[in-house]
Design a protein around this ligand. Structure first.
Ligand SMILES: Cc1ncc(COP(=O)(O)O)c(C=O)c1O
Ligand SMILES: Nc1c(O)cccc1C(=O)C[C@H](N)C(=O)O
Length: 462
C-alpha cells in the first residue's frame, strides 16, 4: 500500500521534468516495483499478520458467517462459486417476512420498503459496481435466463449476418444457450457458433486472437458474447477493446459477467457495451441461485424497433395497475422486466449491494490485487519447498486477472483437493485437474493465505 502511494505522489512531482528523464525514472521505478513486490512478501505468520493489520477491509471478515471444520472456521476460496453469507442479510429477509406477516397484500405498497418498486433501490448502488447509469441496470430472473432474454433483443440474425463469437470452453450454460439460440433461429451451431481458441500449449486466449477472429468473421458476425472473466482460468478480457472491435465489424457486443460483477472494475457505459448480465451469488454474496443483474446501454432505451419478451413489470409504472392491453415499456433497463419481483430473493441482494456501496470498488480492488499476489507468492514458495508440480494457469499480469488463481495439478490430482477440504480449506475442483482459489478481498485474510500454504505443503508431503 505504502509503495503504491509513493508511486502516485512521485508521478505528480516528475510531471514537470523532461519527457526523457521522466521515462527513465519511470522505468527505474517499474524495475524497483517488481523487486520490491517480490522482496516485500515473506512466507511467515508474522508477515501475514502485519499485512492484515494494514488492511482496511480486515474488519469485514467479521461481517460474514464462515462454515467450520473441526471447530475452526474454514479458509474459504470459493467465493467465485458461492459467496459467504453476510450477517446483515438475515435482517433484510426478516424485514420482508415481518411485512408479509403484518401487512400481507398491503405490503406491496405500504411496507417500509414497498415491494412494488423494491428493485429500484438497486439502481444507484448497482450502477456504481458495474460502471453504468442508474437507468441502465436492473435486477430480475437468473443469469442464463437473462442472457436468453437479452439475446432476444440483441441477437437478430439475418441470412448473411448470423454468427456468434464466444470463447472456447465458455461456461457450459453459455454453450447450451448459444446452441439453443441458433437452433431457435434456424441455424446450425457448428456453422453459427465461432469459438476463439487458445493457442497450442497456452492456457489463456490472446487478445490479438480475439480481434483477429472478429475481423475474420467480419460481415457475418451478428454478436460477440464472452465471459468477462473466464470461469476456469480466471482470465480477465479487455472488454473495452473487444467491444470496440465487435462494433467496428457491425455486430452487437454483450458480456456474461458472472465472474466479473463485484470482482473487477467495470465501465460498461463508457465501454459502449450493448448488454450484459451477471449473477449475484458469487462475489456479490446474495445466496444460492439468487437473482441476476442486467445492463442495457442507454443508446438502446428508446429504440422501439428492438424486440423483447414483455411482461407487466416492464410496463409504464404509473399506468401498470390500470391493466391496459397495450404494452408501453419503461424507458431504461427496467423496461426489460417481465414478472413482479421475488422480493424475498432481492432482500439479500440488496444487503449485498449496500455493503459494496459502503466500501467502493476501488478499495476492494486494491486489496484484491495485494492478496492475490500474496497467494501467488505463497504458492510459488511452497512449490519451491516441496518440489511439486503444479502450475498457475491464470495470467500473471495483473491487468488480466482478478480474484482467482487456477492451479493445474500435474501430479497430486484429486486426492490433494480432498485433503484440503478435510483440513478446512474450501476450494473447488474443475475437471480434468484444476483447483480454483479465489481469495475474496471482503472476507479472506493474509493470514488465511499463510495457513493455506502450510496445509498445502503438508498435503503434498503426505
Ligand atoms: C460464466 C457463467 N455463466 C453462467 C453461469 C450460470 O448461471 P445461472 O445458473 O445462474 O444461470 C455461471 C455459473 O453458474 C457462470 O459461471
Ligand atoms: N451455482 C452453482 C451450483 O448451484 C452448484 C455448483 C456450482 C455452481 C456455480 O455457480 C459454479 C460456477 N458458476 C463456476 O464458475 O463453476
Amino acid at each position: 500500500m505504502g509503495y503504491y502511494f509513493f508511486i502516485q505522489n512521485f508521478n505528480f512531482f516528475i510531471c514537470r521534468q523532461s519527457a526523457k528523464s521522466l521515462l527513465s525514472i519511470y522505468l527505474f521505478l517499474l524495475l524497483l516495483r517488481n523487486k520490491i513486490q517480490t522482496m516485500t512478501f515473506e512466507n511467515t505468520l508474522e508477515f501475514a499478520q502485519k499485512l492484515d493489520a494494514q488492511d482496511q477491509l480486515n474488519k469485514y471478515q467479521n461481517e460474514f458467517i464462515f462454515p467450520k471444520v473441526n471447530g475452526k472456521k474454514v479458509i474459504y476460496f470459493t467465493g467465485n462459486s458461492l459467496g459467504l453469507q453476510p450477517k446483515r442479510t438475515k435482517a433484510y429477509i426478516d424485514e420482508v417476512m415481518n411485512d408479509w406477516a403484518n401487512l400481507a397484500v398491503e405490503g406491496h405498497f405500504y411496507s417500509e420498503k414497498p415491494w412494488w418498486d423494491y428493485h429500484e433501490r438497486f439502481a444507484n448502488p448497482l450502477s456504481k459496481i458495474v460502471g453504468a447509469l442508474p437507468s441502465e441496470v436492473t435486477v430480475m430472473n437468473t443469469l442464463t435466463v437473462n442472457l436468453h432474454l437479452l439475446m432476444v433483443s440483441f441477437y437478430r440474425p439475418t441470412k448473411t449476418r448470423y454468427k456468434i463469437i464466444c470463447e472456447e470452453k465458455a461456461f457450459p450454460s453459455d454453450q447450451y444457450m448459444f446452441q439453443s439460440q441458433v437452433h431457435f433461429h434456424g441455424y446450425k451451431p457448428e456453422d453459427a457458433i465461432v469459438e476463439i481458441k487458445r493457442r497450442e500449449g497456452e492456457h489463456n486466449i490472446r487478445l490479438e486472437d480475439v480481434l483477429a477472429k472478429i475481423d475474420e468473421v467480419g460481415d457475418e458476425l451478428a454478436l460477440v458474447l464472452i465471459g468477462g472473466v473466464n470461469y476456469y482460468t480466471g482470465q480477465v478480457f479487455d472488454m473495452k477493446t473487444i467491444t470496440a472491435a465487435g462494433h467496428k465489424a457491425g455486430a452487437k457486443v454483450g458480456w456474461d459477467l458472472a465472474h466479473a460483477a463485484g470482482n473487477i472494475k467495470l465501465e460498461l457505459h463508457d465501454w459502449n457495451v450493448d448488454f450484459a448480465a451477471w449473477c449475484s451469488y458469487k462475489y456479490m454474496n446474495s445466496g444460492p441461485g439468487n437473482a441476476s443483474g442486467c445492463f442495457i446501454h442507454e443508446k438502446h432505451h428508446n429504440n422501439s424497433e428492438l424486440p423483447r419478451f414483455a411482461g407487466w413489470w416492464g410496463h409504464n409504472k404509473e399506468r401498470r395497475f390500470k391493466m391496459e392491453p397495450k404494452f408501453d415499456p419503461i424507458h431504461g433497463a427496467d423496461g426489460w422486466q417481465i414478472s413482479n419481483l421475488p422480493v424475498l430473493s432481492l432482500a439479500p441482494y440488496l444487503a449485498s449491494v449496500e455493503m459494496f456501496d459502503e466500501i467502493g470498488m476501488d478499495v476492494l480492488i486494491a486489496k484484491r490485487d495485494k492478496i492475490t499476489s500474496y497467494l501467488e507468492f505463497i504458492l510459488q514458495e511452497i512449490d519451491k519447498e516441496v518440489d511439486s508440480s503444479f502450475e498457475i494457469i491464470t495470467p500473471s499480469n495483473s491487468a488480466e486477472r482478478a480474484s482467482q488463481l487456477s492451479v493445474l495439478l500435474h501430479g497430486e490430482g484429486r486426492s490433494l483437493f480432498d485433503y484440503l477440504m478435510k483440513n478446512g480449506v474450501i476450494t473447488d475442483w474443475r475437471e480434468p485437474n484444476v483447483i480454483r482459489l479465489a481469495p475474496v478481498p471482503l472476507y479472506c485474510s493474509f493470514e488465511d493465505m499463510y495457513h493455506f500454504g502450510q496445509i498445502l505443503k503438508a498435503g503434498i508431503q503426505g
